[in-house]
Design a protein around this ligand. Structure first.
Ligand code: BGC
Length: 758
């Protein structure tokens, strides 16, 4: 027999064995859980649906009283906001040793971009366009979190966001549906590691279902009103991708969708999620979301509990409305007990899949935690991620990279800052373990010619400071007056050859409940930059922030700009490496940077309109006072070298449903420094029964090129990649003309044309 036939047979047999294995496991789980549930009282079943917070109060009030007693009584299904082997063992002991049926607890936590080894914020991680790296980072986070006793992470956040006023854009992968879907899958794979019962896996929780990123006016928790077409085309695919990748749980979101809050939205949580998409895992609400249904105006405590369980929320995070209301609802016949049975079953299934019935502690120990947490390999990965996440936005006359022997004035509130480096939602991360840029410089370049001045506080706006500090920001106004700080900075800068200004947002200015109506660098720091400009010295601007900022003035004023995001535990060292050229930046933006707030929402995959932009014609779709173009488009990011793209060559100009279109391009590094490029593939459907975006990302390739080196890259597209929701909302192909683009960002591309014939 020919070798490939033997291989084929092995594959088929393996496939069958796996399928049989899964069915076996499935039926074993069914039997186990049915038998367990047959012993449970109604109260115990309802208890499984209760998800209180213990420990810290991060995003809202801790409502649950006497959690430990409730655990002993079997009135808690899972907990969040606590970790460490000792704390977890103690609480799990209660469930295992003190409850009647010894059902283990779930332990969840917001592990968003690392557990203790902190990686760049998700928006920064996405800017690496490095899916294997994103997966490895999620794996590392899972290994640490599980060693610290956790078995469930409230991540990935896959909300598509087109409005940088919304503070939570920092928690997601940006504006693109296709890229967001790839990132979602990579993160789920990384967390769950193929088998949830592996003690180093954690269950992912895809959030916030759904459309939370489209909150009106970028104001957190605000309403969402959206056509079904827009949902299906742009916003829903990343959730679906995460679910298809096997995510064990979903979190329903705070926002309403077309008048019905997600937590009470049966269409969303049952008809779409379960019936259409086939999701079989567990749904938890967001923090106090059931209680908030009363504020939304859906009824009293009893009514909203009924609505939530009927809609499809299995676990009630923090509200304890299930605990207090469901039994009465069953007794008064307002609720069929089958809803409770179903939700309880899903919670128990999650526990079963995590192996908690075999080992409720999942091998947690202080020794394992010590070995896993902040291990050398994870710290190295965090530095690699920080390096790859940085985006070079401007580099006039190749001023970067700098010589480490130069006299450089490092100015700005971020230079010695450790706290902000690890960003918002850095959960269990300890900012004291992060090395500031200044410390990294001292370690790497002893005896250097570097000088430092703070120059400004992050903000002098006392109203803002009070708001931020109330929630743990700890931003202290400097003892010196703003004028003195600037004076000192200008004096320091005057003695240097060039200035590196490190400015930006405090990490608490982004993230949850941190929407901003102006998204510029705070005034105190802008004033500093203006003063530095008067020295006439070249200025390199480093930015630390968690959202696209409006940087029009800065872009005109300074010589170079690097976006460093909140880069995590090893960010300071990574920034030093980038400034001095030990690493050539390769990150690309995954969210458009607008020129002004007035352009928002602004995104690359827009529609053409009937009167497309034309500067010279009055009656076209534009502003009188500003161009339509963004400051930096989606996919944008420079390198210390330059890459040249050849014209595109296609293997065919017409493809049919089963063909493969191959688009080939040669990329040449025509600079003097080795570097990595991310070549992006976009398409445009020229004619349809409905309007199509002017560009849609369909793929990308990363290529490392030595100075002077060229490589051919071939992208493959099939009819499947060209499908969309037609006039009848059917996901299908329509024949006709397409444009295909390949380039260094969404704006700067080569172009070719082809036809789809069906
Ligand atoms: C956030 C979620 C988070 C939850 C638990 C909420 O306020 O919206 O993203 O997972 O709190 O901390």
């Amino acid at each position: 027999m020919k070798p490939h036939r033997i291989l084929l047979i092995i594959f088929i047999l393996l496939g069958e064995l796996t399928a049989t294995g899964q069915t076996d496991r499935g039926s074993k789980m069914e039997t186990y859980i049915n038998s367990l549930m047959s012993k449970m009282t109604l109260e115990e079943k309802i208890g499984q649906l209760n998800l209180p917070s213990v420990g810290f109060d991060i995003t809202g009030p801790i409502l649950s009283k006497d959690v430990e007693q409730k655990i002993s009584k079997g009135l808690v299904g899972g907990l969040f906001n606590t970790y460490t082997p000792d704390a977890i063992r103690k609480l799990q002991d209660k469930a295992i040793k003190e409850t009647r049926l010894k059902i283990p607890l779930l332990f969840g936590y917001d592990v968003i971009h690392g557990h203790k080894t902190i990686f760049p914020i998700p928006l920064g991680m996405a800017s690496t366009w490095d899916l294997p790296l994103i997966e490895q980072a999620a794996r590392a986070a899972a290994a640490e979190a599980s060693a610290d006793g956790l078995n469930w992470v409230f991540s990935p956040m896959v909300d598509i966001a087109r409005d940088p006023r919304w503070g939570r854009v920092s928690e997601g992968a940006g504006e693109d549906t296709w890229l967001g879907s790839q990132v979602a899958k990579a993160m789920v794979r990384g967390y769950q590691n193929q088998d949830l019962s592996n003690p180093s896996s954690v269950m992912a929780c895809v959030k916030h279902f759904a459309l939370y990123g489209a909150a009106e006016a970028g104001r957190d928790y605000n309403i969402v009103d959206m056509s079904e077409r827009k949902m299906q085309e742009y916003y829903l695919p990343p959730y679906k991708a995460a679910i298809d990748a096997g995510a064990g749980s979903v979190m329903s979101s705070f926002n309403e969708i077309n008048g019905v809050p997600a937590a009470a939205n049966k269409w969303l949580l049952t008809d779409l999620l379960r019936k259409k998409w086939g999701f079989t895992g567990m749904v938890a609400t967001d923090y106090t979301a059931i209680m908030e249904l009363m504020n939304h105006g859906l009824g009293d405590e009893s009514k909203v509990a009924e609505l939530a369980i009927k809609a499809g929320d299995d676990m009630d995070m923090v509200s304890e409305f299930y605990l207090n209301q469901l039994k009465k609802l069953v007794e008064t016949k307002s609720l069929d007990v089958s809803y409770i049975n179903q939700a309880c079953k899903r919670v128990l299934e999650a526990k079963y899949k995590l192996g908690l019935f075999d080992d409720p502690y999942r091998g947690v120990s202080n020794e394992r935690a010590a070995k896993e947490i902040m291990s050398a390999d994870k710290l190295a990965l965090s530095k690699e991620a920080a390096l790859k996440s940085m985006v070079l936005l401007k580099n006039d006359h190749h001023i970067l990279p700098l010589q480490s022997t130069s006299k450089i004035a490092f100015i700005g509130p971020m230079v010695k800052d450790q706290r902000d480096l690890i960003g918002n939602w850095s959960g269990a991360g300890d900012w004291r373990k992060a090395i500031s840029l200044w410390d990294a410089l001292q370690r790497q370049y002893p005896g250097n010619n570097f000088a430092y001045a703070k120059g400004a506080s992050i903000t002098d706006d006392t109203i803002l400071l009070n708001k931020l500090n109330r929630f743990g920001a700890e931003i202290l106004p400097d003892a010196q007056s703003p004028a003195r700080l600037i004076e000192e900075a200008v004096r320091t800068a005057g003695k240097a050859d060039l200035i590196v200004a490190f400015l930006g947002e405090s990490c608490t200015m982004t993230g949850e409940a941190s929407s901003r109506s102006e998204i510029s660098i705070p005034e105190s720091q802008k004033a500093l930059l203006k003063a530095l400009k008067t020295t006439g010295k070249p200025i390199i601007l480093l930015l630390m922030n968690g959202r696209p900022l409006t940087l029009g003035w800065e872009d005109e004023t300074v010589d170079a700009i690097i976006e460093t995001w909140f880069g995590g535990t090893r960010s300071g060292e990574a920034i030093a490496d980038v400034i001095f050229g030990k690493y050539n930046p390769s990150g690309k933006l995954t969210m458009t940077f607008p020129r002004t707030v007035g352009q928002i929402p602004i995104y690359y995959n827009a529609k053409n309109t009937g009167r497309p932009f034309n500067e010279n014609e009055k009656f076209t779709s534009k502003y009188l006072d500003i161009s339509n173009t963004p400051l930096y488009p989606f996919g944008y990011g420079l390198s210390y070298t330059t890459f040249d793209y050849s014209p595109i060559s296609l293997n065919k100009t017409t493809i049919n449903a089963s063909d493969k279109l191959e688009a080939t391009i040669t990329i040449t590094n025509n600079g003097k420094i080795d570097g990595e490029e991310t070549a992006q593939l976009y398409v445009r459907d020229m004619v349809g029964t409905v309007t199509r975006p002017v560009k849609e990302l369909k793929g990308f390739k990363k290529v490392y090129l030595k100075a002077g080196e060229s490589k051919r890259l071939t992208f493959t597209l099939t009819a499947e990649d060209l499908k969309f929701y037609d006039i009848r909302m059917k996901y299908t192909n329509e024949p006709g003309a397409f444009k295909l683009f390949i380039g260094t960002n969404s704006n700067d591309v080569k172009e070719a044309e082809f036809n789809l014939a069906l």
